[in-house]
Structures are given as structure tokens and as C-alpha cells.
Design a protein around this ligand. Structure first.
Ligand code: SAH
Ligand code: SF4
Ligand code: F3S
Length: 482
């Protein structure tokens, strides 16, 4: 099975059927008339990025996207295994599809992503209405898999790892927005004791720096991309196997004319080098926001998590980053209720929140994942304590954010508008700042379409989660010579 970036060369051939005037695609011995695909994605940005890639491949097989499950010829799920909640939602939706299959016998159903990587075979066996499952490293072969299904290959599951020498791909986008995700590294070698990702995404593999730079240049030149987010499970490990680094890549991308903003996610504190910290002060286009997951503020919990750093080291990184880039805004992830977390250990996390002054956090209750080291630990912490701690921590952090954000009132912030919002029945527009804060503003003319415009907004109200303001300048879709 060809892996990511290795798609077989014999491709689809398209022609127009003279009788119907419709486009038909021929692959192998099969003809594919226009069909509809409905897709549901769970999980992280990497999964959303993969889904976009899947849809882009499926276009070549004459599939177009539909939002109506009832109209679909093909239903796909792209799954996440990170916590039990994501799993449960997926299983209940997969169960529901049984009714769609009853109504439409020709319906083809496939499950991909992180659950499929480890559980694919079991899923296909267990769910009669599921036709095929595919892992995270075969998404570039989606058309072969769909072909197999239409060719009557019965039920099957594919979860092979890509064994090619290089990890090489070209970014595919199907949307018309100026923002693109660019996958620079896949997999993770960290094996934090609670985390399923190394098992669902495999070993770390980086794309070559020169390839990524060419890729981004093309996106900027031919597809109007102005903002890129470099993606990976641990982007700070980028390039190790090729003697390259994330700092080097960012400095190269910084030179691309027409590119306005570079973001990267997600980082592991262990691999944040001094060189990278320096780049935060140097690279003109690098976002002034960094998401740096700490997970816990307790030295002993971090040890049990196998995170390889101490709270002091983490706080040291925050200080150095703020020194290199005084405007930098930091955010993080926290896991509450790791096995046997004591009250004191929990309090240490609150202390860290006080010291680090994060602009926002994502926080979760610990969820044991089958096959991980921490799932094997004897754990006496009751679930209701976990829930209470999470609620307490979230409220605590909101207090920090409220204080931190109050001074934003009166500031002028540049925003890339990404959609409309409704606040108390009033129609507004919303977007994100360079430092990743959400800003809502009222239009100066009601009928004006601000989508993907760069605007300056004067903040009139800053709450713990968002800012509201008035537009003071509209630059249109390009910042121009600025
Ligand atoms: N690669 C990133 C994050 C991957 S998963 C990193 O290393 O930081 C996103 C977040 O989910 C993690 O940062 C962690 O906070 C949370 N998470 C991962 N496994 C979890 C588990 N078993 N239970 C609860 N939260 C978990
Ligand atoms: Fe999971 Fe992130 Fe740790 Fe990798 S670095 S094992 S993705 S939490
Ligand atoms: Fe979930 Fe897989 Fe992402 S487990 S968080 S979809 S890497």
C-alpha cells in the first residue's frame, strides 16, 4: 500500500459523457459518475488538515462535498482517540449511520484517522454497515481504497505505515481562504505516559526544509495564501533527521514576499531551543503568539507524565520568550487529575498559572488511553475530584485572563476577518489578531462584506475570552506595501 506522498502514478482519467453531459472519471476498470461525500472530522488541526487532503483527492474521483448526510453516496469519519469523549461521540454517530445504509444500500461508509489506525480491524468486524477503515498514514491512498470498495472488495482495513525514505508531500487546499495549514512533521517520538498519539501517528518524520519553502512559495503565489500554520504533533522536533531545524525553516519562510503571517503548532517545551526563542524576536512575520503545552505545574506529576522538564524550566522558557519578544502572548494545555494527583500537586498547577500568565488555556480531565503507560498505573483518584478540580482550575484561569486582558481596552489591533458572528442578536464580524486573540466588531456599513479583509479595530471591551471593538481602518484583502 502506497503511503503518504507515495500515491501510485496510474491516475484517474476524466471525460464528459455525451448522453448526459456529465463528467465521468475512469479508474482501473470502473467508471465514477458525479457523487457526493459527507465527512465528519473529530480531533486536532492535523485531522482537519488531513480531511481537507482527503476531500481534495476525492475530487479527482468525481466526488464533491455535501453537508446533507442524506444525499451522500460516501460517508467518511476522520476520528480522534485522544480522550474518551471524542471516542464516544464518534461511536454514537457511527451507530446512527446504520439507518442511512438501510435507506440507501449503495451507500459506502469508511472510517479513517487515529481510532482507525489502532482499532480499524475491530471496527470493520463489529459494525456491519462499515465498509472500510484506513489509518493515518495511508490518506494519500484514499482513492485506491474507495476504488476497492466500489470494485466490490468486501470489508477491509488498512493501517500500514509509510516506509518511504523521505516524507514528501505537497499541500492541497480546497477552500478559498488566505489561511493554510502546512504539515511539516508527522508522528511523535515523545511517548508522554498518558498520550495515545505516538501509537496512532507513528514515528517522527520531517519534510525537507527546501520542499516546505517551495510549497509555501507556491501557495502564496498561486493560491493567494497570506497566513500559514506549520503543523505537527511536535513541531519543535522538526528537521532533526535531516540536520535542519524549525528556526531555520521559519527564517526562510520569513523572506517570502506576499506571506504575512507564520504560525506553528504544537510545541513541546523540551525541544524549545535558544535559537528558536531568538527567532521569535527576529522573524518579522512570525506570530506573536505561542501555544506551549505545560500539562501540569507539579514537578512530580511532570515526572510521572514523562514530560522531561520541570516547572522551573518551563517558566524559564516563558521568561526568555518574553525577553526576546516583549509582545508575545502565551497559551497552554493542562491535564487535571493525572493518576494519583494530590491536592498539593494540583495547587502547584494553579501556582504555575499565576506565574506564567497565559492568555488562554485548554484544559482537560485526564482520560486513560488503552496501551499507554499511565493507563497501567494503579489510580485511586476519584472521578468526581477530577471534575471538581477541572471546574476550579477553569474558573481560576478565567480570573487571570480577565485581569490580563482588561488593559487591551483602547488599543488598536490588526485583525484578519474570518467570519461573521452574532452577539445578543446584533450581527458582527470577527477575526483573529496576530497574537491569536478573537476580536468582534460592528460593520461601519451593514451590507459590507469584510470576509478576509485586514482591518484595524479599536478595542472598546475586553473580556476574559474575547474583545469587542469598532473598526477604524479597512485595508481590503491585501495589506499592500505595508
Ligand atoms: N502534541 C501536543 C498535543 C497533543 S494532544 C503536545 O505535545 O503538547 C492535545 C492535548 O490533549 C495535550 O496537550 C494534552 O493536554 C491533552 N491530552 C493528551 N492525552 C490526554 C489524555 N490521555 N487525557 C486528557 N488529556 C490528554
Ligand atoms: Fe502526545 Fe504531545 Fe507527548 Fe507527543 S509530545 S506523546 S503528541 S502529548
Ligand atoms: Fe486526536 Fe489523533 Fe489529533 S488522537 S488529537 S486526531 S493526532
Amino acid at each position: 500500500m502506497a503511503g503518504l506522498g507515495q500515491r501510485r502514478q496510474t491516475g484517474e482519467v476524466a471525460y464528459v459523457d455525451e448522453a448526459t453531459g456529465e463528467k465521468v472519471v475512469k479508474l482501473g476498470g470502473l467508471e465514477f459518475p458525479p457523487r457526493k461525500v459527507w465527512m465528519k472530522t473529530f480531533g486536532c488541526q492535523m485531522n482537519y488538515h488531513d480531511s481537507e487532503r482527503i476531500l481534495s483527492h476525492l475530487k479527482d474521483l468525481n466526488f464533491s462535498k455535501t453537508d446533507e448526510k442524506e444525499n451522500a453516496d460516501l460517508i467518511l469519519f476522520n476520528t480522534c482517540a485522544i480522550r474518551d469523549l471524542a471516542n464516544t461521540k464518534f461511536y454514537s454517530q457511527l451507530g446512527e449511520i446504520k439507518h442511512n445504509k438501510k435507506k440507501n444500500e449503495k451507500l459506502v461508509v469508511g472510517v479513517g484517522g487515529c481510532v482507525a489506525q489502532t482499532e480499524g480491524k475491530t471496527l470493520v468486524k463489529k459494525y456491519k454497515h462499515l465498509d472500510f477503515a484506513f489509518g493515518t498514514d495511508v490518506i494519500d491512498s484514499i482513492n485506491d481504497l474507495v476504488y476497492r470498495s466500489y470494485a466490490g472488495d468486501g470489508k477491509f482495513s488498512v493501517n500500514a505505515w509509510d516506509r518511504s525514505a523521505d516524507f514528501s508531500i505537497q499541500t492541497k487546499i480546497t477552500h478559498g481562504s488566505p489561511q493554510a495549514f502546512v504539515n511539516i512533521i508527522k508522528g511523535c517520538n515523545k511517548y508522554c505516559s498518558y498520550c495515545i498519539v505516538p501509537y496512532t501517528r507513528g514515528k517522527e518524520r520531517s519534510r525537507k526544509c527546501a520542499e516546505v519553502v517551495e510549497d509555501v512559495k507556491k501557495l502564496v503565489k498561486h493560491q493567494g495564501i497570506q497566513e500559514v500554520t506549520l503543523l505537527g504533533q511536535n513541531v519543535n522536533s522538526y528537521g532533526k533527521e535531516n540536520n535542519e531545524s524549525l528556526s531555520q525553516l521559519i527564517m526562510e519562510l520569513d523572506k517570502i514576499e506576499g506571506l504575512e503571517l507564520i504560525r506553528y503548532t504544537t510545541s513541546h517545551p523540551y525541544d524549545v531551543s535558544d535559537e528558536l526563542i531568538e527567532v521569535h524576536g527576529k522573524a518579522k512575520k512570525l506570530s506573536k503568539h505561542l501555544h506551549l503545552p505545560v500539562q501540569s505545574g507539579s514537578k512530580s506529576v511532570l515526572e510521572r507524565m514523562l514530560r522531561e522538564y520541570t516547572p522551573e524550566h518551563f517558566l524559564g522558557l516563558c521568561r526568555k520568550l518574553r525577553k526576546a519578544q516583549p509582545e508575545i502572548v502565551l497559551s497552554t494545555d493542562i491535564i487535571v487529575g493525572f493518576p494519583n494527583e494530590t491536592e498539593e500537586e494540583f495547587q502547584d498547577t494553579l501556582k504555575l498559572l499565576d506565574e506564567a500568565q497565559f492568555d488562554f488555556i485548554y484544559s482537560y480531565v485526564y482520560s486513560p488511553r488503552k496501551g499507554t503507560k499511565s493507563a497501567k498505573m494503579a489510580d485511586t483518584l476519584p472521578d468526581d475530584v477530577r471534575g471538581e478540580r477541572l471546574r476550579y482550575l477553569q474558573k481560576y484561569q478565567l480570573g487571570i485572563q480577565e485581569k490580563l486582558r482588561a488593559p487591551l481596552k483602547g488599543q488598536i489591533m490588526r485583525v484578519l476577518v474570518d467570519g461573521q458572528s452574532h452577539q445578543k442578536g446584533i450581527q458582527k464580524w470577527k477575526g483573529r489578531t496576530n497574537c491569536n486573540r478573537i476580536v468582534h466588531f460592528s460593520p461601519d456599513k451593514l451590507e459590507k462584506n469584510y470576509l478576509w479583509h485586514w482591518v484595524d479595530v479599536e478595542i472598546t471591551r475586553a473580556t476574559s475570552l474575547s474583545c469587542v471593538g469598532d473598526i477604524v481602518q479597512d485595508y481590503g484583502r491585501r495589506l499592500g506595501g505595508e
